[in-house]
Design a protein around this ligand. Structure first.
Ligand SMILES: Nc1ncnc2c1ncn2[C@@H]1O[C@H](COP(=O)(O)OP(=O)(O)OP(=O)(O)O)[C@@H](O)[C@H]1O
Length: 318
């Protein structure tokens, strides 16, 4: 059981009442000796998490939107200090991708259960990355979903921005170098994912990302026109829901430890929801780079059940 932790709390994240949220977290985690620090415009979650590492805390708990959570996670990479995640943002991609409950109750329960797990992270142009790097379409959409729209429309802001980006979608030439191959291809969107929530449809080529396999997954989306882009996006959404990998000609995917990607012309790049600049990018997987609190999962459903059937006889064949 975790005895003490530093809680990094963003008071402006999401659309709920921060005082009520903080009170609820305090009371749910009453058994843990919590030192609470709040982010400000000047001092972000990255700085507060770094201070916590220097101080040698037992654990860091971060509570806020995706910006707060990834900033705290980035500061903890390679430290073995476990991160508790209490998502209170709009999209909560971070928690959804890592399989952490997105309610305050569920997130606190996960921390109280005390189960920790190491997961892979990555480095993109020497910056930490936990979820994914989007090149092209996704980056355009993230840029279009601004703060004001998110406040007004919540999750819908991303959907609206996605459709707006679709209208301006353009193909670009790309050169992809892995540890053992060089691939040249035309694409509208390239997504290198370590982990991704189902809503990050452009990362869903392989349908089911493994977060502790030491590998990253690239999804290449190359529709011929806007109708194709809508069909491809819908297909990827279905892949994410069904868990079946994609089989369309205009979608490809591959797995590797590292990707060097250049494009012509240069494309915008978004890493874990933040614009970081334009291509080229160089991404490497950092196996088991981050330790997080994860929910204790119920045992998988059994694949066989025969007992109880009338007059049951089972013989083992030679
Ligand atoms: N006390 C504060 N006052 C004003 N802004 C703050 C404060 N603390 C953090 N911020 C700003 O909050 C932003 C991070 O927000 P975060 O991603 O956690 O929430 P969010 O934007 O609501 O999440 P989402 O992107 O899911 O909507 C940073 O830009 C940071 O500068």
């Amino acid at each position: 059981m975790l005895r003490s932790a530093r809680l990094i709390f963003n008071p402006i994240a999401g659309q709920s009442d921060p005082d009520l949220d903080l009170e609820q977290i305090r009371s749910l985690l009453a058994d843990i000796d919590l030192e609470i620090v709040q982010t400000t415009l000047e001092v972000g979650a990255d700085e507060l998490a770094r201070q916590a590492v220097e101080h040698g805390v037992d654990a860091v708990i971060a509570s806020g939107g995706d910006g707060t959570l990834s900033a705290a996670a980035n500061a903890l990479i390679g430290t073995n200090i476990p991160l508790g995640i209490i998502a209170r943002g709009t999209a909560n991609a971070f928690a959804n991708a890592l399989g952490i409950p997105t309610t305050i109750e569920g997130a606190c329960e996960t921390i109280l259960q005390g189960q920790i797990k190491t997961v892979d992270v990555a480095s993109c142009n020497n910056q930490p990355m936990v979820l994914l790097a989007g090149i092209g379409f996704e980056a355009e959409a993230v840029e279009l979903a601004d703060r004001e729209a998110k406040n007004r429309f919540g999750m819908l802001a991303y959907v609206m921005a996605g459709f707006q980006a679709l209208r301006n979608m353009k193909r670009f030439e790309s050169h992809i170098e892995t540890e053992d191959r060089i691939i040249s291809v035309e694409a509208c969107a390239l997504t290198v994912a370590n982990a991704a929530p189902p809503t990050s449809v452009l990362a869903q080529g392989p349908a089911g990302l493994v977060i502790d396999d030491g590998l990253l997954d690239l999804t290449i989306v190359a529709p011929a026109n806007k109708a194709g882009a809508i069909a491809a996006t819908y297909h990827l959404f279905q892949s994410a829901l069904s868990g079946n990998p994609t089989d369309r000609d205009d979608i490809g995917y591959l797995r590797a430890k590292q990707f060097k990607i250049t494009t012509e012309p240069p494309q915008k790049v978004v890493v874990d929801g933040e614009m970081i600049g334009t291509t080229p990018i160089n991404i490497q997987c950092i196996p088991a780079g981050l330790t997080i609190f994860v929910p204790i999962l119920e045992e998988a459903a059994p694949s066989e059940k025969l007992e109880g059937l009338p007059h049951l006889v089972i013989e083992t064949k030679d």
